[in-house]
Write a protein that binds this ligand. Structure first.
Ligand SMILES: Nc1ncnc2c1ncn2[C@@H]1O[C@H](COP(=O)(O)OP(=O)(O)OP(=O)(O)O)[C@@H](O)[C@H]1O
Length: 463
């Protein structure tokens, strides 16, 4: 059972939080100030400290140093980015604005605890500061966290599946950090980035003279990961010969350097990742089926960003805080329309794309607001179409008499997007050309043409 210390001076909030957490099977202690917490408890013995920012005496952020490697979650009554940025800069693991709802508090705690190394109290400060933080509170991410903590306790081979930029490497790192191998290295290899002719020697090492250019014998990356974890990204790109060697390593726990006749025992846990469908590659004889089944012991699926709902905003705010603090920028916030756009965009490049979009926006921002144009997203239109739709509904309700040829009975609020599109085009095509119509709808001319075909909207007769 995880031990949590609550540091909060308002006794009503302290007691309510205590009740909530105890009901959810956490072992709770509490204190009313930093002084009381430090004098009454061994702070190192907790799995998490939740502290109010403003307390009588020292601020809650003082606990970050005092508690060493124990994560500190800061509660702030002032939902200002400024205090959140400052707390995060000082090393708080996360922040939560008061008043918070129970669900938010519980999912924040769960996602922090799940990311702690198993032997957290014995890891040194250096590895503690490198702790991997995976942000996410949606159901898919919470179930991912729970699977991570289960597989981390084992030595099973893990296959992480997901689109590019969804955080596969981050997950591999979290598994490694939570495993008993955390103190040994995790070696990451992107199979797609190493030339085919070199990959075997990179992974398994080679003997001097085993091929042209092999002037010295060299140890491979698998050997370098001994007692730790090997993360093979884009494993679908591994050439067939290297796959055969990898299979032998998985079956026998031994590797043989290129050009050597001797095998060496190694103790390495393998985590592999791919955005490709390995089963189909195996069917097409581009991936060994026996290797596929060896890798398939435990599979983790990364949800694409577009399916993570409000996590998109949470991630954006995280990236905003860290970009602002990295670039020494003043407090900057996301405008409401940016949030809308981000929730509607499809994010083909997933979290990596979001991170880059925020960084770009921070660089370009002239004031304290991140507006949609600064994000530079290639949005076809949905937001502007929706915006237009709601503007139209607003206008329609205030001008009941101007229903023109549209039926007065049908309520604009009940329109589907297609209905709305159709109406808008029919109503305005007499006074607008195709370019202007497309512009007003926020779509490309090609998209307007395609929708005309799909919805059977005739063009107005010429002349
Ligand atoms: N849930 C998350 N919370 C915080 N940062 C994240 C999260 N997911 C991804 N990132 C960040 O997004 C970037 C891309 O993540 P990562 O490299 O792990 O993705 P990937 O799926 O391995 O991508 P690829 O398949 O292209 O190698 C990294 O900077 C990572 O730190």
């Amino acid at each position: 059972m995880s031990r949590i210390l609550i540091v909060e001076d308002e006794s009503i909030i302290r007691a309510a939080l205590r009740r909530l957490l105890e009901k959810n099977n956490y072992n709770i202690d509490d204190a009313a100030s930093v002084d009381e917490a430090a004098s009454q408890f061994n702070l190192d013995s907790f799995d998490l400290i939740i502290s109010d920012l403003r307390l009588p005496g020292a601020p809650g952020t003082d606990l970050i140093k005092l508690a060493n490697t124990v994560p500190v979650l800061i509660m702030t009554s002032y939902a200002s980015m400024k205090s959140a940025v400052d707390a995060m800069k000082m090393g708080a693991v996360d922040y939560i604005a008061k008043p918070f709802n129970h669900e938010d508090m519980l999912s924040t705690i769960a996602s922090i605890l799940i990311q702690q190394p198993v032997e957290q109290h014995s890891v040194n400060t250096e590895s503690a500061t490198q702790r991997t933080e995976i942000t996410g509170k949606c159901d898919a991410m919470l179930s991912l966290f729970s699977r991570i903590s289960k597989v981390a306790r084992t030595d099973a081979t893990v296959l992480v599946l997901g689109e590019s930029g969804t955080g596969k490497e981050l997950v591999a790192r979290a598994i490694h950090e939570q495993s008993s191998r955390a103190k040994a290295p995790m070696i990451s290899v992107n199979c797609a980035a190493i030339p085919e002719s070199l990959i075997e020697s990179e992974l398994f090492g080679h003997e001097k003279g085993s091929f042209t250019g092999a002037d010295n014998s060299r140890c491979g990356l698998i050997e370098a990961a001994d007692n730790g974890t090997l993360f093979l990204d884009e494993i679908g790109e591994l050439p067939l010969e290297a796959q055969a060697r990898l299979l032998r390593f998985l079956q026998e726990g031994e590797i043989r350097k290129v050009g050597s006749i001797q095998s060496i025992k190694v103790n390495v846990r393998l985590i592999a990742a791919t955005h490709r469908n390995l089963k189909e590659l195996a069917r097409a004889a581009q991936f060994r089926e026996d290797l596929y089944y060896r890798l398939y012991v435990m599979e983790l699926n990364m949800p694409p960003l577009r399916e993570r709902g409000q996590d998109i905003i949470m991630l954006a705010e995280r990236f905003l805080i860290s970009a602002c603090s990295r670039m020494n920028c003043p407090e900057t916030i996301l405008s409401d329309s940016s949030r809308q756009v981000m929730l509607q965009y499809s994010w083909p490049g997933n979290v990596r794309e979001l991170e880059n979009a925020i960084e770009r926006a921070v660089i370009l921002a002239d004031n304290h607001f991140i507006t949609p144009d600064l994000l530079g997203l290639d949005i076809e239109t949905r937001p502007s179409l929706q915006q237009l739709e709601s503007d139209y509904i607003e206008q329609s309700t205030t001008r009941e008499t101007t229903t023109s040829h549209l039926s007065k009975k049908s309520s604009p609020a009940g329109l589907s997007m297609d209905d709305y599109f159709q109406r808008f085009v029919i109503e305005h095509q007499n006074e607008m050309n195709e370019t202007d119509l497309a512009k007003k709808l926020g779509v490309s001319r090609k998209c307007l043409w395609e929708r005309r075909q799909k919805l059977g909207i005739p063009k107005r007769p010429k002349g």
